[in-house]
Design a protein around this ligand. Structure first.
Ligand code: ADP
Ligand code: MG
Length: 698
């Protein structure tokens, strides 16, 4: 008897070296454990046999018990088919094959009982089932089955003869071999407290449940476990850091901050901005290193907050640095800061990949000797090789791209870790934030600066551009500027999408009286900047762009955002784009222009945009519509969540439960040394070993 889930998959009947290779390359299955954790994507209830007289074309998959009384082969070439006349004792049903006819004729016997399984349809005017599965009603393993599992397969698997049915046989024979109980991973007290199904039963039931309720209880247990260990690892780490990491005490509010605040602040701060600055300051003066997330909707004024807390760092004798996701944004931060600071003697420098040679060495020297107070740069530049004299604060202005692991790398930049503030470009749904940023404290700017008029959003179709152009002229004549955003740079043969370069030419024809800038990601940085600059300064009235302008670009005089092929953009992207207008006091508009042919989901997406301006609401809707796998940045976030069952979008309540439970466990036993937590301790060690990212931070 083999009692080890790490046993190689080839120790199962039907899996030789060839198939093992395919299973590994296609689904990552190497061991028994891997197979156990490869769950069916659906189950079909096979607990009931139907009579042919009951069948209708509305039914999903059904099964019928009976026998073939005759076969009939007709047609040639593409019309070649085999029809079996299947008799259930009362009525006949046509069963048809178009492929594999030779095999069927050889293997299917007349007058032998079969359970026929398939979806009833109409073929040639008669009720029939096409390409059914056929089972032997006497084969014991299958006849006891009530809910049949269906496993995902790929083309390569099918070529190697591995169908969902084969997967079923593999798991079935594995469970037959597992005569011992699969070891539990959660302590008994948690299982009892939360009424969870024990692991052994949950795994068996996730593949072979006897009822739908049993299946959902099994899934709930397994999902909980996935989410719980993520939360446990994040929280135990965050708590350790809180206790252990010493932080510089930024207690002083000094000259720089005060001069700026009293003499140069261009407008009163919103209450939310004030509160957030107080929270951040309290955190930075606590003696512990700050790790904080600053959430705020587009346009809520995060940049100013960032600047003001950098001034606090400077007043306390430190340097500060802010990292932007793109070069355009980094450059914009430079301008914004220079505008804000005016003649306050603060040395701000910008470092991007384009800055080379002497200029770069000069900046690097300034950073090392401490004469540069604030460094602005892109993630890539700052992450690796830049050395500071006394870096006290790092602000990451990001697009969900910076995971726990990357943050960890930052902290290794000096003996005393700098304080870290992560600013999100778009609001993140709560459940996702708890996972992606579960190790951070959170501050929220939940208020927009006063005097903003909510942006009006319209969805129109692309067949009547004249109306749209009239609106554009009206706005420009009123002294405003207009964005046109497109999904592609160059014409694509496959997709019928508008593209920037063509549209640039086209719009020049339509608006000969106006000047137009164009920016896209394929341009050289200096060209891009020059074009962008023309729009910022008001020299051009129209900016034609791809999503390079998505994040952060600030032109308060722009009042119209026209998004072409809006159906091609995700919700958070649309929201970000829309956030480029509505930054001044004027009424602004966002026009979503789409094709006529829209899927239900896309229609819903565009509808949500027209209904709300609230980024938090939009983020929740996005997560529900698309699931977290597609959410921007969740994959690159640096954390391999490796969730097999749980879905951060749909399973929000379970995420919360997992987080609460992890807190409950760690409150009682922070280091997991108690006897009843021994299992947790072991499992956590293993997880840390598996995931480099995690081991680095803990
Ligand atoms: P985001 O949070 O999206 O980064 P920004 O920091 O770019 O937003 O701010 C959006 C606009 O609002 C900018 O033009 C900024 O100068 C302005 N702003 C920020 N704070 C205030 C305030 N308290 N009152 C008025 N305008 C403000
Ligand atoms: Mg911003």
């Amino acid at each position: 008897m083999i009692c080890d889930l790490n046993t190689d998959i080839t120790y199962l009947p039907g899996i030789g070296p060839q198939r093992a290779k395919v299973l590994e390359s296609e689904l990552g299955i190497k061991t028994w454990r891997d197979l156990l954790y490869t769950f069916p994507y659906k189950h079909i209830d096979r607990s009931r046999l139907y009579k042919i007289s009951e069948l209708t074309t509305e039914m999903p998959f059904v099964q019928v018990l009976g026998q073939f009384l005759s076969f009939e082969e007709t047609g040639e070439g593409r019309k070649h088919r085999l029809t079996g006349h299947f008799w259930d004792g009362e009525m006949f049903l046509d069963v048809t094959w178009f492929q594999g006819i030779r095999y069927i004729k050889q293997s299917v016997k007349l007058h032998k009982k079969y359970i026929l399984f398939g979806r009833p349809g109409v073929y040639g005017g008669r009720l029939s089932i096409i390409h059914p599965d056929l089972d032997n009603p006497e084969s014991t393993s299958l006849s006891t089955m009530k809910m049949q599992p269906y496993y995902s397969t790929t083309e390569r698997m099918k070529k190697a003869g591995i169908t969902s049915r084969s997967m079923e046989h593999f798991t079935n024979s594995l469970f037959n071999k597992l005569t011992w109980e699969i070891p539990e991973t959660l302590p008994e007290y948690l299982i009892g407290r939360l009424h969870l199904m024990p692991l052994d039963k949950a795994l068996r039931s996730a593949h072979y449940p006897s009822t739908a309720d049993e299946l959902s209880a099994a899934n709930m247990r397994l999902k909980f476990e996935e989410l719980f260990f993520i939360q446990l690892i994040i929280m135990s780490y965050a708590r350790k850091r809180q206790q252990e990491r010493i932080g510089r005490r930024f207690t002083r509010i000094g000259d720089t901050f005060n001069t700026f605040y009293h003499n140069y602040l261009p407008f009163p701060l919103t209450e939310a901005q004030k509160r957030v600055i107080r929270e951040i300051h309290a955190d930075m003066s606590s003696g512990h290193q700050m790790n904080r997330l600053l959430q705020g909707d587009v346009g809520s004024g995060k940049t100013l907050v960032a600047l003001m807390i950098m001034l606090i760092a400077i007043d306390n004798g430190c340097q500060a640095c802010i990292m932007a996701p793109t070069e355009i944004l980094a450059e914009q931060h430079l301008q914004t800061f220079q505008n804000f600071l005016q003649d306050i003697p603060i040395h701000v420098e910008l470092l991007t990949g384009n800055i080379k040679g002497k200029r770069r060495s000069a900046i690097e020297e300034g950073l090392q000797n401490g004469s540069v107070n604030i460094l602005i740069g892109t993630h890539a530049v700052i992450e690796d090789n830049v050395q500071f004299n006394n870096l006290g604060l790092v602000i990451i202005d990001e697009q969900h791209r910076f995971g726990v692991a990357q943050r960890a790398r930052l902290w290794q930049k000096s003996n005393i870790c700098p304080h870290v503030l992560v600013m999100t470009a778009t609001p993140i749904p709560r459940t996702l934030a708890m996972t992606l940023y579960g190790d951070l404290d959170v501050s929220v700017i939940d208020q927009l600066p006063p005097g903003r008029k909510p942006i009006r959003t319209l969805h129109i179709y692309d067949n009547q551009p004249e109306q749209l152009y009239k609106g554009v002229i009206r706005e420009i004549e009123a002294g405003h500027q207009v964005y046109f955003v497109y999904p592609l740079v160059k014409e694509s043969e496959k997709l019928d999408l508008k593209n920037v370069e063509d549209e640039y030419v086209h719009l020049k024809d339509i608006f000969p009286q106006y000047r137009i800038s164009m920016v896209h990601g394929k341009m050289k940085p200096h060209e891009k900047d020059a074009e962008m600059q023309k729009f910022v300064s008001g020299e051009t009235q129209i900016l034609v762009a791809t999503t390079v302008i998505e994040v952060g670009v600030n032109v308060p005089n722009a009042s119209v955002m026209i998004i072409q092929n809006a159906e091609r953009f995700g919700l958070s992207q649309l929201h970000q784009l829309r956030g480029r207008v509505g930054r001044g006091a004027e009424q602004s508009y966002c026009i979503l222009v789409s094709n006529f042919k829209l899927s239900a989901e896309t229609r819903k997406r565009l509808q949500i945009m027209t209904e709300t301006n609230d980024g938090f609401e939009i983020a929740e809707a996005d997560l529900k519509l698309r699931g977290p796998g597609d959410l921007e940045g969740t994959q690159q976030s640096g954390i391999a969540f490796n969730l097999k069952l749980a879905n951060l979008g749909r399973d929000g309540q379970l995420v919360q439960l997992a987080r609460d439970t992890a807190a409950f466990v760690l409150d009682a036993d922070p280091d997991l040394i108690a006897k009843e937590n021994h299992l947790l301790h072991l499992h956590l060690q293993e997880l840390k070993k598996e995931r480099q990212d995690w081991s680095r931070i803990s």
